[in-house]
Write a protein that binds this ligand. Structure first.
Ligand code: NAD
Ligand code: AHE
Ligand code: ZN
Length: 375
């Protein structure tokens, strides 16, 4: 297949909010600095649903969504040296070129090399898509487009992982689990003995709980409007549960009262700007730090009284948990293989690509953490 167009199945989002359609898609060969990957497993993340809904200012249609996956390199373009056909890989929406201003800063995991192309659904080389249906181009998404049996990504967006890692599990290390763990370990740098509040107990929030537990947090307070989440969350380290619906007081006040003045760290893992405010305001005066993880819709803005920051609270955000993707995803895979990081526990459902619309329905029903699709 090397050097040839591959026709394969992919779930195409033709329009915002309209059911995905399984189509025969043509996938062009990788150009210089590109890698074509046979995707074997992909999970669904809330961010796919967000872009599909039409609320993402960067959302373009028609496109192929998906960004939490694992597969095997099928072929590589000119000049690609770090991976070869047969390598087991995880596509990374946050690239790492190791050469740009961002990568060299030592201050961020964001990379500037391909972002201008991935934000508009094309490849950097010729600013065109490698996907088409009967000559009509279909946009890429987040530089990954994993809802396809084959995808083309930039070489700076490919993490080569241990060949024995179970791809049907470690696909989750492409987004949600590292985001939660890294929000705690890299962005907040939670210390032992800290009090932590987590707003939203989906996969990302539960991974925050897992990260906080391993960091030695003494109290891990889970906040969710779905009380069923508490039983699940206990297994990930949540020690107390608060349902905002059980209280008349604003949730920030409930937490401040519960923690003698506020928490040391809070994490917003929903994408709701009023919850982001509550998450900041439940932090302890003088030092409490709040990390925004959730992605909010186009047009939404955050607000609080500046006095909250003047009096020492800190507002931060995180993308992919601050992990440098190509360098650290392989390390996370090995931590999973050594049983130091959970992955299996987040997978509540498995299906095939044909059932992708059902998988999205499940995600909105709440009983689902991660659904892994086999392609
Ligand atoms: P999810 O839908 O599985 O989880 C969200 C949880 O929040 C659910 O348990 C829901 O019951 C709860 N919730 C909803 N409204 C609430 C409210 N008002 N108060 C309390 N709880 C509430 O989603 P997920 O896949 O875990 O993703 C969470 C968020 O993180 C999404 O916004 C996603 O786009 C974002 N995300 C960001 C990054 C990043 O790099 N920053 C990475 C992955 C995901
Ligand atoms: N296009 C959206 C932004 C979406 C966003 O913030 N994405 C996160 C990853 S979410 C993964 O589930 C991210 O990493 N952002 C940094 C980046 O470079 O995109 C919008 O609202 O414009
Ligand atoms: Zn995601």
């Amino acid at each position: 297949t090397e050097g040839q167009i591959i026709t394969c199945k992919a779930a195409v989002a033709w329009k915002a909010n309209k059911s995905l359609v399984i189509e025969d898609v043509q996938v062009a060969p990788p150009q210089a600095g590109e890698v074509r990957i046979k995707i074997l497993f992909t999970a669904l993340c809330h961010t796919d649903a967000y872009t599909w809904s039409g609320k993402d200012p960067e959302g373009l249609f028609p496109c192929i969504l998906g960004h939490e996956a694992a597969g095997i390199v099928e072929s590589v373009g000119e000049g690609v040296t770090e991976v070869q056909p047969g390598d087991h890989v995880i596509p990374c929406y946050q690239a790492e070129c190791r050469e740009c201003k961002f990568c060299k800063s030592g201050k961020t995991n964001l990379c500037g090399k391909v972002r201008s192309a991935t934000g508009v659904g094309v490849m950097l080389n010729d600013r065109k898509s490698r996907f088409s249906i009967n000559g009509k181009p279909i946009y890429h998404f987040m530089g990954t487009s994993t809802f396809s049996q084959y995808t083309v990504v930039h070489d700076v967006s490919v993490a080569k992982i241990h060949p024995q890692a179970p791809l049907e599990k470690v696909c989750l290390l492409g987004c949600g689990v590292p985001t939660g763990l890294g929000a705690v370990w890299n962005t907040a740098k939670v210390e032992a003995g800290s009090t932590v509040a987590i707003f939203g107990l989906g996969t990302v929030g539960l991974a925050v709980a897992e990260g906080a537990k391993t960091a030695g947090a003494s109290r891990i307070i889970g906040v969710d409007i779905d009380s069923k989440k508490y039983d699940i969350a206990k297994n990930f380290g949540v020690t107390e549960f608060v349902n905002p619906k059980d209280h008349d007081k604003p949730i920030q006040q409930v937490l401040v009262d519960l923690t003698d003045g506020g928490v040391d760290y809070s994490f917003e893992c929903i994408g709701n700007v009023s919850v982001m405010r509550a998450a900041l305001e439940c932090c302890h005066k003088g030092w409490g730090t709040s990390v925004i993880v959730g992605v909010a819709a186009s047009g939404q803005e955050i607000s609080t009284r500046p006095f909250q920051l003047v009096t020492g609270r800190v507002w931060k955000g995180t993308a992919f948990g601050g992990f440098k993707s190509r360098s650290q995803v392989p390390w996370l895979v090995e931590k999973y293989m050594n049983k130091e990081v959970k992955v299996d526990e987040y997978i509540t459902h498995t299906m095939t690509l044909d059932d992708i619309n059902k998988a999205f329905d499940l995600m909105h029903e709440g009983g689902c953490l991660r659904c892994v699709l086999s392609l």
